[in-house]
Design a protein around this ligand. Structure first.
Ligand SMILES: [Fe+2]
Ligand SMILES: [Fe+2]
Length: 427
């Protein structure tokens, strides 16, 4: 949870002096024009191969899309072309490139923002570099009707990401019709480690495929190489999540629509971030009330990393956001709140911290990595599994029903719950 995991094997042999030297080189992610100039001339000699293509969610996934990809050296004269699959005419979109200094490695993140798309249609994209095709990507826009999503709890692994690759591959293979992919935070064990991001991305790439990706920031994304708290520069640099309108804390929290669901992604890293981004949490609370008041979507789901219960407290007690955010969520008509961080599966139905079969559905989502904790069942829990399982969730929704299922990687269903909209009177 909040305590640092043991250093992975590749770090274990690193001396403190080397480690500090590495940390100094691991500066925050940023777009640095002056740095790009010398790297650009080097790129002309041999253009690298784009990899880790992904579609990060936008506020409206029916008519817009954001495509990202990466290289370890600067692409020579990159261009991005796209078209609707059934049509011939291609259009070109601007390519934006950001440089990320990550743990002594160069990472170039490219973005192309597409607008004016049609809902529920297939699109094809290609990247051209040095006048040659360098990579292709396909996707289907959100129809706006029904939705099937894959929801993953913490995928952090303490050495190899094989465990994460197994569960995410099986989840993907068993649910080819899922169009959205959510990671509920702690994607990686250390947010400044190239080794961890490379492991996570390599394990995720094939299974994520064409699905839209919604990452939630976890506390482990806010750890520096020395395990001290840090701004989540790599997380913010790798994934251009939707803007939230904040001039100071853009993308630290965000919202998007997919199918009939409005998703509100909240930041629960007060312990890690309050010293770096003061005012973030007060601002987020005000934004949350407006966000929920604005949406017209049939369903509202909040995605949080930390769980309702802080198990690091003695005895375990409600996390501080229970006092600040939960009343806003309940008043704002949220149907379900998904949490992570504890690496355990729990299901609750609550109103104002009391069991209520008509209350908000709270699911603590489980574990999709190889780090296991041992936590007690709490009085608010209705369903609690042993803490040594690895699992994933699906969310299926149309305008009348929303169902959450919990699966083991072998496809065994462990839990399910369906929410239904109260029938309205027809006159
Ligand atoms: Fe975690
Ligand atoms: Fe966590």
């Amino acid at each position: 949870m909040s305590d640092a995991m043991a250093l992975p094997a590749p770090f274990a042999a690193i001396s403190r002096r080397t480690f500090l030297s590495m940390s100094l080189r691991s500066l925050a992610a940023c777009a640095i024009g002056s740095l790009l100039a010398p790297l650009r001339s080097a790129a002309a000699k041999s253009s690298p191969t784009p990899r880790f293509f992904r579609r990060v969610v936008t506020q409206d996934n029916r008519t817009t899309a954001l495509i990202e990809w990466q290289t370890d050296a600067l692409l020579d004269d990159p261009h991005f072309f796209w078209k609707e699959a059934r049509k011939k005419e291609e259009r070109e979109a601007d390519v934006d490139v950001k440089y990320l200094a990550l743990d002594g490695h160069n990472v170039f993140v490219y973005r192309a923002a597409l607008r004016g798309l049609a809902p529920g249609r297939d699109y094809q994209c290609r990247v051209v570099s040095a006048r040659r095709d360098a990579g292709t990507f396909s996707f289907r826009t959100d129809s706006g009707d029904s939705l099937k999503a894959l929801i993953f709890p913490d995928s952090q692994c303490d050495n190899s990401y094989d465990a994460w690759e197994r569960v995410s591959t099986e989840a993907s293979r068993r649910n080819p019709d899922a169009s959205l992919w959510v990671n509920l935070g702690d994607l990686v064990d250390n947010g400044e480690s190239f080794y961890h991001w490379e492991g996570w991305q390599s394990a995720t790439d094939a299974s994520l495929g064409v699905r839209a990706f919604a990452p939630v920031m976890g506390n482990h994304e806010c750890y520096a190489l020395d395990w001290k708290y840090a701004t989540p520069a790599a997380f913010l640099g790798l994934f251009a999540t939707p803007p939230n309108g904040s001039t100071k804390h853009d993308r630290y929290y965000y919202a998007f629509d997919y199918g009939p669901v409005h998703f509100t992604v909240l930041n629960t890293q007060r312990e890690e971030l309050d010293g770096f981004v003061p005012g973030l949490f007060r601002e987020q609370a005000a934004w949350l009330a407006h966000d929920l008041a604005r949406t017209k979507q049939p369903w509202r789901v909040a995605l949080l990393h930390r769980d309702l219960i802080d198990y690091d407290a003695e005895p375990p007690a409600p996390d501080e956001f229970v006092r600040t955010l939960i009343p806003i969520l309940e008043k704002g008509g949220v149907d379900a709140v998904l949490t992570a961080h504890v690496h355990a599966y729990r299901r609750r139905r609550l109103t104002a911290w009391k069991h209520d079969k008509n209350g908000v559905l709270y699911i603590l989502s489980g574990n999709a990595g190889n780090c296991f904790y041992d936590v007690e069942r709490h009085a608010i829990d209705e369903i609690a599994f042993a803490d040594n399982i690895v699992n994933f969730l699906t969310l299926e929704a149309d305008e009348n029903r929303m169902t959450f299922r919990c699966f083991l990687p072998n496809g065994l269903q462990k839990d399910f719950v369906t929410l239904r909209k109260a029938p309205t009177l027809e006159e």
